[in-house]
Ligand binder design. Structure first.
Ligand SMILES: NC(=O)c1ccc[n+]([C@@H]2O[C@H](COP(=O)([O-])OP(=O)(O)OC[C@H]3O[C@@H](n4cnc5c(N)ncnc54)[C@H](O)[C@@H]3O)[C@@H](O)[C@H]2O)c1
Ligand SMILES: [Zn+2]
Length: 364
């Protein structure tokens, strides 16, 4: 088992990465002393596969388990579901010492974390991320949220878990598309902060795609280390350190929004295209050499991720990118790769450069 510390003073916690951790989760949680009654927020499909192992492990450590099921889609991150979950918790919370466990991907983790932050103004929670994306990204860092009709993740908080238990075994049931979804974020970590991780992926991408556990454990740990360091330096996203995590996300989010968050593009697929476009922008501004951009695009393609936009109108993507949260007083702001492994923040990029980079990726 590997362990990465997220150092945040009295809010510090460990991210544990390894095989078979679900069956040890009871003992791990018991040591934290955060409660004796777990409300496990998850969905029915995940509970059918992993519920028994988790329950047995928790019960063996003297922790009771009450599952709370969410619908299995982004729609679960709604105010309606949140209130339902809070009411269920309130009904259950009689003479108990409860904490919340999020067993699932980013949808479950974001809603469960937010419910934990607001119930009684905050109760302890733990993350048991079950997607590759959640293990390397959403499960760590304490950004928790629900979506509002006006925008995704619009109501949220910074609320850190007490531990993150990332069991590599649970990734074995993910679809290839979900694996690629997470790989996109791992490519991002390599491109912005870790040239050795990037090179390792170039060598081992096939093994990663085919769920080689040793390779997965390595790339998850390298990614988590980067995220943990950035979070430790900028817990509340105010010091400009976490922003590099948005490489590929400005255009990526615009692609997701322009396709109305439909199944056409999942998050990883959208940011894969966004990373290629941002690399093109960096080349155009003479900040990145052409072979650097080609290297990034090559790895994205090898992992089976898209590099082109299909079936979307330029005007919709352009309109969506104007609403990006990273815009500062009307000046755009992009995270751009400077060389593979190092990124910079660039503001006020001429419109025509962005337009050209997006149009180059459009195929209808
Ligand atoms: N909080 C953050 O910092 C942060 C960062 C990135 C993304 N997010 C959020 O994360 C969400 C996306 O998360 P996601 O990509 O994990 O998607 P997800 O939670 O929707 O999970 C994807 C699908 O995989 C299924 N699944 C989960 N684990 C599985 C397993 N082990 N085996 C088989 N199927 C499994 C889920 O049931 C779901 O159908 C978005 O809502 C996004 O806003 C949050
Ligand atoms: Zn992302």
């Amino acid at each position: 088992m590997n362990s990465v510390r997220v150092s945040l003073g009295d809010r510090s916690y460990d991210v544990l990465i390894g095989d078979g951790l679900l069956s040890k989760s009871g003992a791990i949680v018991k040591r934290l002393n955060i409660g004796r009654d777990a409300v496990v927020i998850t969905n029915r499909a995940l509970w059918r596969v992993y519920g028994k192992t988790l329950k047995r492990s928790f019960n063996r450590s003297g922790i009771s388990v009450k599952p709370e099921f969410l619908p299995d889609s982004e729609k679960a991150k709604s105010s309606h579901t949140l209130l339902k979950v809070l009411n269920h918790i309130a009904a259950y919370d009689k003479k108990r010492s409860i904490f919340i466990a999020a067993l699932g991907g980013g949808v479950v983790g974001d809603l469960a974390g937010f419910a934990s932050a607001v119930y009684k103004r905050g109760i302890p929670y733990i993350q048991i991320p079950t997607t590759l994306l959640a293990q390397v990204d959403s499960g760590i860092g304490g950004k928790v949220a629900i979506d509002l009709p006006a925008a995704k993740n619009l109501a949220g908080a910074f609320y850190q878990p007490k531990v993150v238990i990332s069991d590599i075994d649970v990734l074995m049931s993910l679809s290839p598309r979900q694996i690629r979804n997470g790989l996109a974020e791992i490519i991002k970590y390599g491109a912005i902060k870790d040239k050795a991780l990037f090179a390792y992926l170039e060598k081992n991408y096939k093994k990663a795609v085919h769920l080689d556990k040793r390779v997965l454990a390595h790339i998850i740990m390298r990614s988590v280390r980067i995220k943990a360091r950035l979070v430790a330096n900028d817990e509340f996203d105010r010091r400009g350190k976490r922003i590099v995590l948005n490489y590929g996300h400005t255009i990526g989010h615009a692609i997701e929004a322009a396709s109305s968050y439909s199944n056409r593009y999942n998050h990883g697929e959208a940011i894969a295209i966004g990373m290629c476009a941002a690399a093109d922008i960096a080349c155009k501004l003479n900040l990145l050499k052409r072979d650097g951009a080609e290297r990034i695009e090559r790895l994205i393609k090898k992992c089976g991720l898209p590099t082109r936009i299909r079936g979307l109108k330029f005007s919709k993507i352009y309109e969506a990118h104007l609403h990006d949260k990273k815009f500062m007083q009307d000046r755009n702001r992009f995270v751009l790769p400077l060389i593979v492994g190092i990124a910079g923040i660039v503001e006020a990029i001429p419109d025509r450069v962005i337009t050209e980079a997006v149009k180059k990726r459009l195929f209808n």
